[in-house]
Design a protein around this ligand. Sequence first.
Ligand code: ATP
Ligand code: MG
Length: 279
Amino acid sequence: MQTAAEPNAKPAPAATAAPLLAVRNIEVVYDNVILVLRGLSMDVPKGAIVALLGANGAGKSTTLKAISGLLKTEDGEVTRGEIVFDGERIDGIDPDKIVRRGIFQVMEGRRIIADMTALENLRLGAYTRSDKNVDDDIDMVYKYFPRLKERTGLAGYLSGGEQQMLAIGRAMMARPKMILMDEPSMGLSPLLVKEVFGIIKQINRDLGVTILLVEQNARAALSVASHGYIMEQGKVVLDGTAAELRDNEDVKEFYLGGAGDQRKSFKNLKSFKRRKRWL
Ligand SMILES: Nc1ncnc2c1ncn2[C@@H]1O[C@H](COP(=O)(O)OP(=O)(O)OP(=O)(O)O)[C@@H](O)[C@H]1O
Ligand SMILES: [Mg+2]
């Protein structure tokens, strides 16, 4: 702990360092009329994994698209507030410029290019790069996801888990400072969720890439994140360290419903879904 009485004490970096990404009180409107984000704020520290959780329709994907600039492709707009990345405003900037600044979004539902091979998809991830290390990075991606190397056919025929791995690999090929991931667990078996999240953690550690992780699977997300935000109806309603959120009674009830045990969680799933509608 730092005290004012120590003349040579250096401030704790976590307390003073500006976050890599700061979202300040943003409002997002689709089609000029549909207000979806209503004053949302969040910080993502450099090198961290931060989880953004919430029920269907809360505005999680919209938040990621506001950051990556992809809102523009859906007639959405940040109408208030600001988004600051690495010290500079990025709200309103075109998505390809945001990629060049170092943010890469892995879209919901994977969105790999089905009629290209896995390798071609990976090369595509490096489209903004002019350096000569692309082949080395393909080897690096194969190191994390060895099974992608064995798949030489069209990416559309990859399994769901392999497509998710390819989508993450493609993001790594851009050598971004930050990756935005929209529901990487979607459609994966519990075993694959564990595998993919293990690799997400590893990539974060090895490459120092900062990750903002949107998830419905709060348990998986909070197992790798250091901090989490919970949003409802376009706003953050709760935030804290991953440990604080895991211990929070409301979070337990609404987002961690169902223990690890399969039968139990299946039984709880119905009531979990029913409850979520009332949020
Ligand atoms: N392109 C769009 N045009 C108009 N409304 C949209 C558009 N995209 C999303 N919305 C609306 O914005 C709200 C938030 O959607 P969003 O996709 O951000 O939620 P989400 O939290 O990601 O939900 P889910 O968990 O289901 O993916 C929803 O009410 C949705 O109908
Ligand atoms: Mg979504």
